[in-house]
Design a protein around this ligand. Structure first.
Ligand SMILES: NC(=O)c1ccc[n+]([C@@H]2O[C@H](COP(=O)([O-])OP(=O)(O)OC[C@H]3O[C@@H](n4cnc5c(N)ncnc54)[C@H](OP(=O)(O)O)[C@@H]3O)[C@@H](O)[C@H]2O)c1
Length: 343
């Protein structure tokens, strides 16, 4: 019987190969404090998570804690962790889509995270629509607008320049759709290597997931446990609760583990890279351990397909533009990009 609190040897954690041949650990630690955990608490979790064996850290400028997380990463490297073993992601927030702003944002993230390169940079959302930190559900940006492919390409081109200069190793999309991804794949000089998307048993996004895989884009799954501590602005009556889903609960009982760990075992079996968040050592260690021992059976993975409800938790309503009908307009559900036409 293994000691469930003992660190996990990072060499035991499966890895996924990215476009270009680099590899990324099959699980990482998230760093969004959900407006409830302070930068110091998140940084302490990152330090603890790296000591526990995590090597992938999902950061973002908007999380407001990159300076503290950077201190934790520098401490880990000073303590003997090889920088080249770490895979550190950051994201360009919606208020920095102008090319010069995006470049400045990545430079700021590099300085705050105390790194000479980022392993990946994602465009956090495909719109420049901004909300202030700690915004509530009704907050709206009066200058918000729908997707504009030319503007997105200009932003992407600026990030491609950072790849050329060696400051960034891979580019990624986040909160995108099949329709938007197709345009980017058509027009980008450097295609995305990763796509960060909401993925948990009750929201599996099979079409976008398969599209990414088909195009050599590694899916990264955010809110992999169904984000039980997400901010109020991201809660809607009737939202799915993964850890209460009957199939998840049944399989958790069979394995003698918390339902959260079934979500992670499923994620890794399916091939996405989950990035669960926790500041609690027992939780983040158990989350990592879940992906190196006692895997689900093929039957259990197949059974979990039935948990998909097709309803997202992170709807993005605060990013809507004047005149938009509902948050569904953000997600191109009929395959066309709402509010945008090719010129
Ligand atoms: N690209 C994007 O737009 C985007 C959007 C959302 C998230 N993300 C990224 O994805 C990461 C994870 O998403 P998330 O934080 O929304 O949700 P999540 O990882 O699904 O849920 C995190 C919460 O689950 C609970 N938890 C963690 N491990 C557990 C365990 N073993 N047993 C029971 N409960 C457990 C904790 O709740 P308590 O703290 O209450 O114990 C924790 O705060 C974020 O930190 C961020 O890096 C990206």
């Amino acid at each position: 019987m293994s000691d469930e609190h003992a660190p996990v040897d990072p060499a035991l954690v499966p890895r996924r190969e990215l476009r270009g041949g680099a590899t990324v650990p099959a699980i990482g630690i998230g760093t969004f404090g959900s407006d409830r955990y302070s930068p110091a608490e998140v940084a302490a979790a990152v330090a603890g998570a790296v000591a526990a064996g995590y090597r992938l850290v999902d950061c973002a400028a908007v999380y407001g804690n990159e300076a503290q997380v950077g201190e934790a990463l520098a401490g880990a490297v000073a303590g003997g962790v090889d920088r080249d073993e770490l895979f550190v992601v950051s994201k360009v927030w919606n208020d920095a889509h102008a090319p010069a702003d995006a470049v400045a944002s990545v430079h700021r993230s590099l300085r705050d995270l105390r790194l000479d390169h980022l392993d990946a940079v994602f465009v956090h959302w495909p719109f420049p629509n901004h909300h202030p930190p700690m915004a509530d559900t009704d907050a709206r940006d009066p200058r918000a607008r729908p997707y504009d492919h030319d503007a997105y390409l200009a932003l992407w081109g600026a990030l491609e320049g950072l790849v050329d200069s060696g400051l960034v190793r891979h580019l990624g999309t986040s909160n995108t759709t099949v329709a938007k991804l197709d345009l980017l794949l058509r027009d980008a000089r450097i295609p995305p290597a990763l796509n960060e998307m909401e993925l948990h048993p009750c929201f599996q996004q099979p079409e976008l997931f398969a599209h990414c895989v088909r195009h050599g884009i590694q899916p990264v799954g955010y809110s992999p446990l169904g984000s039980p501590s997400r901010p109020e602005r991201d809660r809607t009556p009737g939202d799915v609760v993964d850890t209460e889903d009957p199939v998840v609960v049944r399989i958790a009982r069979e394995h003698g583990v918390h339902p959260a760990l079934v979500c992670l075992k499923w994620a890794v079996a399916r091939g996405q890279v989950p990035i669960p968040f926790s500041v609690k050592p027992a939780q983040y260690t158990a989350n990592l351990r879940a992906v190196v021992e006692d895997p689900l059976t093929a039957q259990e993975v197949a059974d979990l397909a039935a948990a998909d409800r097709g309803e997202r938790l992170i709807k993005g309503q605060v990013f809507l533009w004047p005149g938009a009908e509902s948050w569904r307009d953000l997600w191109d559900e009929d395959g066309t990009i709402v509010g945008w036409t090719e010129r």
